[in-house]
Ligand binder design. Structure first.
Ligand SMILES: [Fe+2]
Length: 408
């Protein structure tokens, strides 16, 4: 049992002697300050997170929504003790199913999510979409435009490339960030990586809101047949600070060992803030590709192919390929835009544009699109293909040209 599970309790109203009336009253006594947001997604589990102004006993009511749109019987999960930072794990869920939930709060904050596909299901017939974006940097107006367009894509999972706020010590900035992200966070499980701006308070607030207690910021996530290594390119244990990246030998060894556990037919992606390659038109100190990340990737590549690396840190969009590695820079999430160098080595496309990407996964097929704030496709690519057809009609309709084609 993981450490987080020790902190959480799951029960139905009919079992464990839960007292809905008492819990609802205690939960309602404290207003929700941040959230809710969704963490640690799986085929059979999801964690609902939120914060309240003072300690309260968190409780989540949730319902499976059938394919016909009809809700099933209501279930509930709750915490054992009053807390401010709530984490309620919903377990024994149905894979690939839609759920609606609400907090026992006043007013009742609501949301929904879809669980990950069952990894044992026929890989060619189960499809899902992943959103990738980042670098919001407390630039509210542009951040809101990106998130609104991104949320409209209805992705099942959101990966964030880091740098949510300018100054992590600024609690008002975090409140604004959560407020702007509200619609996306309440409907899409959220998996971020640490940006350099997240360690301007030594990573305290990031850890409080997004990290699993007692574990490094780097970790891995299995979602259907995709394995995501979430790296920490500003690892303080490696000497990194808010201005200089760093990756420890321990993280590199972990990534290599973790890759050995990934089935050969699964997609291996990496999510990192400062990536292996990037080409700003005007290079600044601590920008460009990070050698430690490149070294980590080369170690992993010897064990399992890395299908793509998704990074941020530079405030533009860049897609490229260097030594067979497909990399993305998705830093157009609201921060003041910068100029990329489209003539950089390996660059396929570079745009100074607010943008985000969606990846459609269907068995061995992975296609992607990069969109602007009006939902217009500015780039499309294929990351993986094979002879086995994708039988999901929604993905067939979105099949894109090959990666190298760079067709827009
Ligand atoms: Fe950054």
């Amino acid at each position: 049992m993981s450490r987080s599970r020790l902190l959480l309790a799951v029960c139905t109203v009919a079992s464990f002697g839960c007292s809905p009336a008492r819990v609802a009253t205690e939960g309602a006594s404290q207003p929700v300050v941040l959230g809710p947001w969704l963490m640690f997604p799986g085929a059979r589990e999801m964690t609902v997170a939120w914060t309240t102004a003072g300690p309260s006993l968190g409780r989540v009511e949730f319902t499976l929504v059938g394919p016909d749109g009809r809700p099933g019987s209501q279930q509930s999960a709750q915490e054992f003790a009053p807390v401010v930072d709530h984490r309620v794990r919903l377990e024994q869920l149905t894979p690939g199913a839609r759920y609606e939930f609400h907090l026992a709060s006043n007013p009742a904050a609501r949301g929904s999510f879809t669980t990950a596909p069952d990894p044992a299901a026929t890989a060619s017939s189960r499809a899902f979409t992943v959103l990738v974006y980042g670098d919001n940097r407390t630039n509210g107006g542009d951040h809101a435009l990106v998130v609104r367009a991104a949320a409209a894509q209805g992705a099942a999972l959101a990966l964030h490339t880091g740098d949510m706020v300018v100054n992590a010590k600024d609690q008002r900035a975090w409140e604004r960030w959560f407020d702007v992200e509200r619609d996306l966070l309440s409907t899409t499980p959220f998996v971020p990586t640490v940006g350099n701006h997240e360690i301007t308070d030594k990573g305290v607030t990031y850890s409080r809101h997004f990290k699993e207690p007692g574990r490094p910021a780097y970790h891995a996530l299995d979602y259907g047949n995709v394995h995501v290594q979430v790296l920490d390119s500003f690892e303080m244990q490696a000497g990194a600070d808010a201005h200089t990246g760093g990756v420890s030998d321990a993280q590199k060894a972990w990534a290599e060992a973790d890759a050995k556990s990934v089935p050969a037919d699964h997609h291996l992606w990496m999510l990192v803030h400062q990536g292996p390659q990037t080409h700003p038109l005007q290079m600044r100190q601590s920008h460009g590709g990070l050698p430690g990340v490149r070294e980590l990737i080369s170690m992993v590549q010897k064990v399992h192919p890395v299908e793509a690396v998704f990074a941020g840190h530079e405030h533009f969009y860049e897609r490229g390929e260097v030594d067979g590695l497909h990399y993305f820079v998705l830093g157009g999430g609201g921060a003041p835009l910068e100029d990329p160098d489209p003539a950089g080595a390996g660059v396929k496309l570079a745009l100074k544009q607010l943008s985000f990407a969606t990846l459609s996964v269907c068995g061995c097929h992975v296609t992607g699109r990069t969109l602007d704030i009006l939902g217009r496709v500015v780039d499309s690519y294929t990351l993986s293909d094979c002879d086995t057809p994708c039988t999901d009609v929604t993905v067939q309709a979105a099949t894109a040209p090959t990666f190298d084609g760079g067709v827009r």
